[in-house]
Ligand binder design. Structure first.
Ligand code: THU
Length: 130
């Protein structure tokens, strides 16, 4: 790994984003970082709510921030959490809207090496209208 390879960049950005997580209920801070096809990095964290179901996951926050910034094509994702966790089902469906099935996803814990999977690994059959 080099300092500017996708895994290194996204791991750092996802861990940094997790520091901003608002997770007073679960105490499970998550950060996510997407690499845009143009080389830009877009990060997000989970934002919980007293009405639990309104909680927003880190991955969807990263994705929607990217789209709002004009980026719709992605080449890699990192998710940083207290232990390596894949995106939830709802996030997978939203990621599938914009990301290729073979896109690498790096599952990152606070320390140690990442687990590398693909979007297809974690979400083999996305819903599609056609
Ligand atoms: N969470 C995420 O942000 N991403 C995931 O992929 C799984 C779960 C958040 C939602 C909630 O704030 C906390 O983790 C516990 O479920």
């Amino acid at each position: 790994m080099t300092p500017d390879d996708p895994e290194t960049r996204l791991t750092a950005a996802a861990r940094e984003a997790a520091k901003a997580a608002y997770a007073p209920y679960s105490k499970f801070a998550v950060g996510a970082a997407l690499l845009g096809e143009d080389g830009t990095v877009h990060a997000g964290c989970n934002v919980e709510n007293a009405s639990y179901g309104l909680t927003l996951c880190a991955e969807r926050n990263a994705l929607t921030a990217a789209v709002a910034a004009g980026c719709r094509r992605f080449t890699a994702l990192a998710v940083a959490a207290p232990r390596p966790v894949p995106p939830c089902g709802a996030c997978c469906q939203v990621l599938a809207e914009f990301c290729p099935p073979d896109m690498p996803i790096f599952l990152v814990a606070p320390t140690g090496p990442a687990t590398r999977l693909s979007l297809r690994d974690v979400f083999p059959q996305p819903f599609a209208l056609s």
